[in-house]
Ligand binder design. Structure first.
Ligand code: HEM
Length: 464
């Protein structure tokens, strides 16, 4: 502590009065985040219990604030959002998803242009989503049939198999076709490199490009394939085809092949991990609460199980499905932690504090989603808590419930994400009986910025 203060006392002065764990030389508090027994969002939540809504930590010699206060988070992500930018994970992901990807561009022209031109901003979402119901059901049912078949001889590994299912589903929605295992392998190869770089504990290593030759092979095949698909579709765009590629070509702004290919490819990185994480979390929590599972299956049969299928309004109107997914995302949010920095060229006011330029902030929803003063019996998985106006009082992107983030930089795929997880869970449960041993450990695992439960096994049986 003494040596640490001696070296960094000047940097600590602007943060006077903000509580936090005692730093030690030379790592500060970074060791807490290397603890294999706790995930980083659990560390942030533990600090909130100990120190309150704002905690000062030291990542080696760099001070950072952990925010667990809804008002301060609101300032950073909403009311004063232009005073902050995304630093991490931009350098880590630039070789994987390219610099101009919406995920990692920053203010000014780059981000706002990419956001405005994105198909999710341009297309009428209700209309777009309505057209995805049938194609999505077909793709998901096909995978469920495979799960049922494979379950006769082995377990389904939910970590891998639901990622693949989501990958197939996204391929259909965004590209109008499903891709084979080779394309999934390129995707995984890119994601592994991105994840390694995002979790790299030695920042200077990020100045070095990835070294694995297979990364470059996968990257060029992945982007070339998508550019070729855009080029082909552009020759004769089909207004009646529901996929995002054709819809963006017909209704969207003129984008180059590379820019459109990149934007549609980013959707995989945006949603495959977070979407499959949410489905697995919901399946696990339902297995732990058989009454809730029975209630949900009964509601799905009543609301969505008719011979004639269902439309968007009916899917989104299935209350029990909505409550289960909200509760699963409250309980174990798929994206529990992300970062911002205050701008580099000036000090920024945050609450009563004045942040020096380029102060790093950790933002977590994990603690607030379980905040017991807000959520009665917060540790209980209870979908019915969302009834009687609670869902309206706590909409997505509100102070104590923001699984898709908050403010102008919140998830652009939120509406689609909610829709996709609903249709995926409903199709799985209407077309199979899921057998998941609830005594399995819910092993939170951090991959590509997403909390992914790893190791869950299940069997899928033909519905009785
Ligand atoms: C369960 C599913 C999903 C969850 C929980 C989720 C969560 C999030 C969160 C929390 C953010 C904000 C991060 C920040 O503020 O730094 C975000 C941003 C983003 N998400 Fe999602 N997401 C999901 C699905 C999707 C899907 C399906 C897509 C695309 C198809 C997508 C694309 C994006 C993009 C491009 C951004 C960056 C937006 C920007 O910076 O303007 N996400 N997501």
């Amino acid at each position: 502590m003494g040596l640490f203060n001696l070296l960094h006392g000047r940097k600590a002065r602007p943060f006077k009065g903000i509580p936090g764990p005692t730093p030690s030389f030379p790592m500060g508090n970074a060791g807490e985040f290397l603890d294999k027994m706790r995930q980083p969002w659990e560390v942030c939540s533990d600090f909130a219990h100990e120190f309150g809504g704002v905690t000062l930590v030291w990542m080696a010699g760099q001070p950072a604030l952990i925010l667990n206060d809804p008002d301060l988070i609101g300032e950073v992500l909403e009311s004063n959002w232009t005073s902050y930018y995304k630093d991490a994970p931009c350098k880590a992901l630039a070789p994987v998803i390219t610099r101009r990807s919406l995920f990692i561009t920053n203010y000014g022209k780059g981000w706002s242009k990419a956001r405005e031109e994105n198909a999710f901003s341009v297309l009428n979402q209700q209309q777009f989503l309505s057209q995805q119901i049938e194609p999505l059901q077909t793709v998901i049912k096909r995978d469920v049939e495979q799960f049922i078949d494979r379950s006769k001889s082995s377990d389904i590994d939910l970590y891998w198999d639901t990622q693949k299912l989501s990958f197939h589903a996204f391929s259909q929605v965004f590209w109008g076709q499903t891709f084979g295992d080779q394309v999934f392998d390129w995707f995984q190869n890119l994601a592994r490199t991105g994840d390694w770089r995002m979790q790299c504990k030695v920042p200077p290593l990020l100045n070095i490009p990835p070294v694995r030759p297979s990364f470059y092979t996968s990257r060029s095949k992945w982007y070339l394939m998508f550019e070729r698909l855009v080029k082909e579709a552009r020759k004769n765009p089909d207004a009646s085809a529901p996929d995002m590629l054709n819809q963006a070509l017909v209704h969207g702004p003129q984008l180059s092949d590379a820019v459109l290919a990149e934007a549609l490819a980013t959707n995989f990185f945006g949603g495959v991990f977070s979407g499959s994480s949410t489905i697995n979390t919901a399946l696990y929590l339902l297995a732990k609460h058989p009454n809730e599972s029975e209630k949900l299956v009964a509601a799905l049969k009543a609301d969505l199980g008719g011979e004639d299928g269902y439309d968007l309004e009916t899917l989104l109107g299935c209350k029990q499905l909505d409550f289960v997914l909200r509760e699963a995302m409250r309980y174990y949010p798929a994206v529990p932690l992300y970062l911002r920095n205050s701008v580099k060229d000036r000090e920024v006011k945050l609450g009563n504090h004045t942040l020096p330029p380029n102060t790093m902030l950790f933002i977590s929803n994990y603690y607030l989603h379980k905040f017991s003063h807000h959520w009665p019996e917060s540790e209980k998985f209870d979908p019915s808590r969302w009834d009687k106006g609670v869902a309206e009082e706590n909409p997505f992107a509100s102070g104590h419930f923001f699984p898709y983030g908050r403010g102008p930089r919140a998830c652009i795929g939120q509406e689609y994400g909610i829709f996709y997880t609903k249709i995926a869970l409903a199709t799985l449960l209407l077309n199979s009986n899921v057998e998941l041993d609830p005594s399995q450990k819910f092993n939170q695992h951090f991959f590509f910025g997403v909390m992914m439960p790893k190791g869950l096994k299940a069997k899928f049986h033909a519905p009785g």
